[in-house]
Design a protein around this ligand. Structure first.
Ligand SMILES: [Zn+2]
Length: 445
């Protein structure tokens, strides 16, 4: 066996070549080899044998709103990264808005990094923000190591992060494409939203009608057309409308550089089951009907949708009123994302290998995180140990995120995370956490 301080064994290790019994050798926080299960252990190496529990690469969640500093009462780095670690996530990339300041200048990025340091239980990176008036800040932010830039095509929900109109979208996209960066976009068209019925109140059907599919479809269509024209790389955030899938599939077939994510709540919850007044289910774009969900799963299976991320976007409980028009929009999913997706994936005949591809390998690729997203030599020794056939019932009191509001309360889910490992160190096991040892990541050139 090659160099190893630690050997992790399981009869089911998820590797890029398939799931098999293996011994994973770790030294200096890095995977040094993936060997047969019964390979000889070098003297002095510690062995952890997980038996039939599955060893999978730590998940990489590229869509998380931590809100720290500024709205830390909504969510902070300490609580968010504990929730993530408890759910098998070892890397997150923080969204540029809902914290104060937003991550839209190099100074603001510094402020964010200072807020995160020493509180991060997992590795944390940052997206920058593209605002109407910060085109001059994009290149410096890129050089300072943000992973790309988020923009909204419709109002974001917070005043300090205005959306881009078509002209400003083009200007930002041109700038970002000029230095080879990535633009990630909340794609809902403001004109279609403005003409949709805005009933307000507690009825979920009214909320759904206020965020129609065609608002997403037209925004995605426009984004694809611009990406093609400017030869830019774009990523569609939190796709909900299945009607946009043919446009995306066609663009990909044509070679347009577009990638797409969806979220656990679109894949596991349906409009039909949302109780009126239950704004813990509110997010934008909204959770849609069961038939829509079936098509999202098909698109994941055929690669039209690339990856699954949480869009964890909490607030304090008092902002989750029973009026869907005014309640805060955002679902808190960090700790439960793996179990929620796995539960539905297994019901639909997918394997854990697929879940790993959607939630770790592809998200790492999206962000250019070459050291994450797979169990193979040369990558960081980041793992989750999962009992995939064991179930648990979601108890909000057991969640680690700051405000224990959840759309999953009372659901029985498959997949218990036994422990999570970051660069060869066990950072949580059975609800016991070590001191934070996460690093702040920057984009590699
Ligand atoms: Zn978001």
């Amino acid at each position: 066996m090659s160099d190893a301080e630690l050997v992790l064994r399981s009869t089911r290790v998820i590797t890029p070549d398939g799931t098999r019994a293996a011994s994973v050798a770790v030294a200096g926080g890095e995977i040094t080899a993936v060997l047969p299960y019964d390979a000889d252990v070098p003297s002095g190496a510690r062995v952890e044998d997980f038996g039939d529990d599955v060893l999978l690469p730590g998940l990489v969640d590229t869509h998380v709103h931590v809100n720290d500093p500024g709205r830390t009462e909504w969510e902070g780095f300490w609580t968010a990264t504990r929730a993530a670690a408890a759910g098998g996530i070892t890397t997150l990339i923080d969204m540029p808005l809902n914290s104060l300041p937003p991550t839209t200048t190099v100074d603001n990025l510094r402020t964010k990094r200072e807020a995160a340091v020493r509180k991060a239980h997992i590795d944390v990176g940052f997206w920058g923000g593209a605002l109407p008036d910060n085109v001059k800040d994009l290149r410096p932010l890129h050089d300072a190591g943000v992973f790309g830039f988020k923009a909204f095509l419709s109002p974001s929900g917070v005043d300090e992060f205005p959306h881009l109109d078509q002209e400003r979208l083009e200007r930002s996209m041109t700038e970002i494409a000029g230095f080879g960066g990535l633009l990630i976009v909340h794609a809902e068209d403001p004109h279609h939203l403005a003409t949709a019925p805005q009933q307000g109140g507690p009825r979920y059907a009214d909320f759904l009608a206020s965020r129609p599919r065609d608002a997403e479809d037209r925004a995605v269509e426009h984004l694809i057309a611009q990406a093609k024209r400017l030869d830019a790389r774009v990523h569609v955030l939190h796709l909900s409308s299945s009607d946009a899938l043919p446009l995306i599939a066609a663009a990909k077939a044509e070679g347009v550089r577009v990638t797409v994510e969806t979220c656990p709540h679109y894949l596991t919850l349906t409009a039909e089951e949302v109780p009126d007044g239950a704004s813990e289910f509110k997010c934008c774009p909204p959770i849609r009907e069961a038939a829509n969900q079936d098509l999202l799963w098909q698109a994941l299976a055929d690669g039209t949708i690339d990856c699954v991320v949480t869009d964890h976007s909490p607030s304090t409980a008092d902002l989750k009123t029973d009026d869907f028009a005014t309640a805060w929009g955002g679902i808190s999913g960090l700790q439960l994302s793996l179990a929620a997706v796995w539960t539905e994936a297994r019901r639909r005949g997918h394997g854990l290998q697929d879940v790993v591809r959607w939630m770790s390998t592809r998200t790492a690729q999206l962000a250019g995180l070459g050291r994450k997203g797979a169990i193979e030599a040369g990558r960081d020794a980041d793992f989750a140990v999962l009992a995939p056939d064991e179930t648990f019932t979601v108890d909000p009191a057991a969640l680690q995120h700051r405000n224990r509001v959840t759309a999953y309360a009372g659901k029985t889910l498959y997949g218990v995370v036994r422990s999570t490992w970051l660069r060869g160190e066990r950072i949580v096991a059975d609800g016991e956490f070590t001191e934070p040892r996460g690093r702040l990541l920057t984009r590699h050139p």
